[in-house]
Ligand binder design. Structure first.
Ligand SMILES: Nc1ncnc2c1ncn2[C@@H]1O[C@H](COP(=O)(O)OP(=O)(O)OP(=O)(O)O)[C@@H](O)[C@H]1O
Ligand SMILES: [Mg+2]
Length: 586
């Protein structure tokens, strides 16, 4: 019971929030206001024509065939046809303009959003948000603002005209407005709920498909086809039930409104006949009145439609709001990074990705300038996380990271990140050619010779020359046309070419065979000479050659020293070396 109340309260709150979210969204993007106002004026012009029409029709129907009346009627009819065509055209135009504003806004925000957002919202979901939800919002906003203004204008006009005809008839009609409004608000909420359920199930279904389809080799190798087939069918059925329920809810709207319509018409006809028989009004007045009541229904239906549209887009709005309103990375800070010759210090740093688990605990160490520091430790101990914090992908929850005496959070972010050449553990590539990938993020003119030299130093030249198009070979989406080791060598070439002051290598050579590893190692050592470097590695020679080794275990420092010192004092390191020696021997 308490729970139910709670959810109802939450729903109310969410509902209140949604209006605010809408209004904020409207002002966040650079909307084409000029066009929107132009469209609104077109709508108002069209509504005016609709308001005028019964005035002429009434006279024609009552047998008044004067030239001015006939021409007037014909002109109004033509003007209405013309204006609906023009409105249709500009409506689409404005919708796409609004769409462009939102897509640009979202894209710009995503590029500057912190990585934590991308941990929360998974890629599939992100794609659906930027593609479908934006389209929903644009189509609603482009149509909504002009429609609501025009509909309000028509409504006032019609009600005014109705009262000028006969106040009793008009009052009788107006009673229906609240009934209509209530039934539609109730209906709109119902429709929103069923829509939301359907949408959720559909997105579960597509996420399931997307995930499984990208793991086909895994499914096949573990002979899970039958099981996954079954799971897929369940999800499909589950979605089918929700969508059928939604179809029924959609279907009910028509009979519901027809019923209300019918009651209303019966009233106008019955009461009208009575007033005519009493000679309180004439036939042509009654005809015009009847037409205006029809218009009133049209306008109420427009309001109802606008309301349901708004409710339906509520989900899209709140999802987009998360993207548009979250914090952005702060690029502009207080300090210029002028001198890069400093030590990098972790000062009691604590960090966790979410609330649950602390990944780094009270971590303190110094990465000396111009020296190579190796980080070793078991899988999941937080090594890659340390490199992420160094590059300020995330901020520490506790403690500070300092460069010289300054907190790194004070440097302009782009300057800071430009200081690093980073080879990530999974060496991501972008679709494009090998050349595109090697020069990615290099901010100067690069000669063909330089690219070749970088590829050669990364021991990648041989395999690149063996591909049919050499440097112009397409690497495929995410680099999938290359092997893991080839991708890694392209990533190393990229880091070599970038030639930054500070190297961050995360298992950069893990998927290379020992021959290419030896070849690349030479280039790496050359690169690391005289530069600061943090190297996460599993090969003994790299580790042994490091000026300093940090042993990390479960997010804390287990030991710091040179190879010889740690061999003396650190149990974990001894085990690690023992394991590596055995592995190499085996
Ligand atoms: N994006 C993330 N979101 C949430 N948790 C994460 C994320 N990345 C890593 N973790 C968690 O943080 C911990 C440390 O991960 P990290 O990648 O730093 O380990 P690692 O030492 O680099 O391991 P490995 O040697 O396997 O690469 C792990 O427990 C992991 O589950
Ligand atoms: Mg790692």
């Amino acid at each position: 019971m308490g729970n139910k109340l709670e959810t109802k309260k939450q729903r109310k709150q969410a509902e209140k929030g949604i209006w605010k979210a809408y209004i904020r969204l409207i002002f966040k993007a650079k909307l084409p206001w000029g066009w929107l106002i132009f469209l609104t004026l077109l709508y108002i012009g069209d509504s005016t024509l609709s308001l005028i029409f019964p005035q002429y029709a009434q006279r024609v129907m009552a047998g008044n065939l004067e030239n001015t009346v006939i021409y007037g009627t014909v002109i109004v009819i033509f003007a209405r046809v013309l204006s609906s065509g023009i409105i249709g055209f500009f409506n689409k135009l404005v919708m796409y303009k609004v769409d462009v504003s939102y897509r640009s806004l979202i894209w710009q925000r995503l590029m500057k959003a912190p990585l934590s957002l991308f941990n929360k919202v998974k890629p599939n979901e992100m794609v659906s948000r930027t593609a479908n939800d934006t389209a929903t919002i644009s189509s609603v906003l482009a149509g909504w603002l002009p429609s609501i203004i025009a509909a309000s204008y028509s409504m006032i006009g019609v009600v005014f005209v109705l009262f000028t005809y006969d106040w009793r008839l008009a009052a009788g009609v107006l009673i229906y407005i609240p009934i209509y409004a209530f039934s539609n608000i109730w209906y709109g909420k119902w429709k929103y709920r069923t829509n939301k359920i359907t949408h959720n199930r559909l997105s579960t279904l597509t996420q399931f498909f997307a995930e499984l389809l990208s793991s086909i080799p895994l499914i096949k190798s573990f002979a899970m086809e039958k099981k996954e087939n079954e799971r897929g069918r369940e999800k499909i059925q589950y979605y089918y039930k929700a969508s059928f329920r939604r179809a029924i809810v959609d279907w009910i709207q028509n009979p519901l409104n027809s019923l209300l319509n019918l009651l209303q018409d019966m009233f106008v006809i019955g009461f009208g006949i009575y007033l005519i028989s009493e000679q309180a009004i004439t036939l042509d007045v009654w005809i015009a009145f009847f037409m205006y009541v029809g218009m009133l229904w049209g306008i109420l239906e427009t309001f109802a439609l606008l309301y349901t549209q708004l409710k339906q887009s509520q989900g899209a709005t709140s999802r987009i709001s998360v993207l548009v309103e979250g914090d952005l990375e702060q690029y502009v800070r207080n300090k210029q990074l002028e001198d890069t010759c400093h030590d990098l210090t972790f000062d009691h740093v604590g960090f966790s990705y979410g609330e649950e688990k602390r990944v780094l605990k009270d971590l303190s160490f110094t990465i000396p300038y111009g020296k190579t520091t190796a980080i070793v430790g078991p899988s999941g101990s937080g090594k890659s996380t340390i490199l992420s914090l160094v590059q300020q992908f995330y901020e520490p929850d506790q403690g500070k990271i300092k460069f010289g005496d300054t907190d790194i959070a004070e440097y302009h972010l782009q300057d800071w990140r430009a200081m690093f050449s980073y080879v990530a553990q999974d060496s991501p590539l972008l679709s494009g050619t090998i050349r595109d990938n090697i020069v990615y993020g290099v901010d100067r003119e690069v000669s063909e010779l330089e690219i070749r030299q970088a590829a050669e130093a990364a021991n990648a030249l041989e395999f690149i020359s063996n591909t049919p198009n050499g440097f112009d070979t397409n690497v495929g989406e995410g680099g999938t046309n290359l092997s893991g080791g080839q991708r890694q060598r392209v990533a190393i070439a990229r880091a070599l070419l970038r030639n930054a002051e500070f190297l961050l290598l995360d298992e950069a050579m893990a998927s290379l065979d020992s021959k290419s590893e030896k070849a690349v190692q030479g280039a790496m050592e050359h690169l690391m000479e005289g530069r600061s470097a943090i190297v996460i590695a599993h090969d003994l020679s790299t580790i042994r050659d490091a000026d300093q080794i940090i042993v990390v275990n479960e997010g804390t420092v287990d030991g710091i020293g040179t190879h010889d010192e740690l061999m003396e004092s650190n149990k974990l390191y001894q085990l690690f070396v023992e394991y590596l020696t055995e592995a190499n021997a085996g």
